[in-house]
Design a protein. Structure first.
Length: 448
């Protein structure tokens, strides 16, 4: 017994194996901790792959070329887009193909249209089996995630083109063309007047000389605009066009529809080929006495042609009026902004030659119709006595001819904010019309 007691006493005093014993005690939790880190790291790598897949699915499901985006354009009401749900699932599956180490327990794509917004939300749940965490009884890790993407649908827009084809739009289009007309006319006239009573009229002379007039440029620009619209459309029939002018002749003066509102842009382009200068019947003709730019009649008439604008969704298009003119009225109008009195010509009222009255545009704008104005600058014609007497006084700014002329100021006041463009003789009407069109499309997407 004494020997046994001594042995136990020596064992209790011996500390030489403490490190090994301590290591053995802490080894299990230490290995478990390291194992947990390995399991979590592996799970996070898998989570990143799955999250990337749902991100791709949500963004892809609302892309402009996606089935959902295209289908939304044909929907007249809000709701779920089934082809979008299927597309989102296919995109997700394509992105995770070939990957493993997890079990996908659920995938929920939801693609919806609400108003002009298409939204895709894709959610997933997955489990990842553990290796080291089994030691502490955790056999798998559950993870979930989601991704949401939205896209704004393009707006449906109706464009009404109001094109001034009055005799003043027969002026030569460039300084070079003006010089050519002046040099070839006995009265130094730069206008290609389309006089039905005279076979030798200046309209025919301009064609013979190869002179390009403002109406020629406007015709070409309008046709090119239809091509731009066709190239810009995201949805079929997204844009509809209507084309109006001021009448074929002084005999039938008034708002005339060259092309009624239609989504056929190719037919609109064909119709635009018929844009031509208004014809008259001699000097001081019997029908209008040369008063052929009747803004106070045309604007109320075009207002009656344009229905109330909608919100830009299918079946409820926004409304834009494109007004192209040199901005000078010539009409009988007791409310004329300029009283016609001149020392040379005397008082010939009630004829009104005046910058356009912006109040004519106010009525349309108050209805929510956007007005895009393209001012084809009224050229100075110092060799024309009528121009110098009646137009020149309000066709220059405080420092001579400038964009600050009363004509330019009133045309800009007619336009909706940000939708005014003036083209000089050396600038392109076509470029300006296309720029206004693209601005209208961009503006509609933001504020429609």
């Amino acid at each position: 017994m004494s020997a046994l007691s001594n042995l136990l006493a020596r064992f209790s005093r011996d500390t030489r194996a403490n490190i090994a014993v301590t290591f053995a005690i802490v080894c299990v939790p230490l290995i478990s901790a390291v194992g947990c880190g390995v399991d979590y790291s592996r799970a996070n790598q898998i989570r990143a792959k799955l999250q990337a897949a749902v991100d791709a699915a949500s963004v892809g499901a609302v892309a402009r070329t996606s089935p959902a985006f295209i289908a939304a354009g044909a929907m007249s009401a809000d709701g779920t887009i089934d082809v979008g749900n299927m597309d989102a699932q296919n995109i997700f599956n394509g992105n995770i193909a070939g990957s493993g180490g997890y079990t996908l327990t659920s995938l929920t794509p939801l693609v919806q249209k609400k108003g002009a917004i298409v939204t895709a939300t894709v959610s997933y749940t997955a489990t990842v089996p553990t290796m080291f965490m089994n030691v502490v009884g955790i056999r798998s890790l559950t993870m979930n995630g989601s991704s949401t993407a939205t896209a704004t649908m393009p707006k449906y827009i109706d464009f009404y083109l109001l094109l001034d084809n009055s005799p003043s739009m027969g002026v030569a289009a460039t300084p070079a063309d003006v010089t050519k007309m002046v040099s070839n006319t006995s009265d130094k006239c730069a206008f290609a007047c389309h006089d039905y009573n005279n076979a030798n009229n200046y309209y025919n002379l301009a064609k013979t000389l190869g002179v390009t007039t403002r109406i020629d440029v406007l015709r070409s620009a309008t046709q090119q605009l239809m091509d731009t619209a066709a190239q810009t459309e995201v949805y079929q029939d997204q844009f509809r066009m209507a084309i109006y002018d001021f009448g074929a002749s002084s005999k039938t003066i008034g708002l005339r529809a060259l092309f009624n509102l239609s989504a056929s842009l190719s037919n609109a382009k064909t119709a635009a080929g018929g844009i031509d200068l208004m014809g008259v019947y001699g000097n001081n003709d019997a029908y209008t006495a040369d008063k052929d730019t009747q803004f106070s009649t045309v604007f109320p008439a075009i207002n009656g042609q344009i229905a109330n604008p909608g919100d830009g969704t299918t079946g409820s298009p926004l409304k834009y009026l494109f007004f192209v003119s040199d901005g000078v009225a010539d009409e009988s109008n007791t409310g004329c902004l300029k009283t016609m009195k001149n020392a040379t010509f005397g008082n010939i009222s009630p004829r009104c030659q005046s910058p356009i009255n912006p109040a004519l545009c106010k009525t349309l704008k108050e209805r929510g119709i956007k007005i895009a104005v393209l001012y084809t600058t009224y050229l100075q014609l110092p060799t024309n006595s009528w121009y110098m007497a009646w137009i020149d006084p309000f066709n220059k700014g405080p420092f001579g001819p400038s964009p600050n002329s009363e004509i330019a100021q009133n045309m800009q006041a007619c336009a909706s904010d940000g939708f005014y463009f003036e083209v000089s003789p050396t600038q392109g009407i076509s470029d300006a019309m296309n720029a206004l069109f693209k601005k209208a499309v961009a503006d509609a997407r933001i504020s429609g």
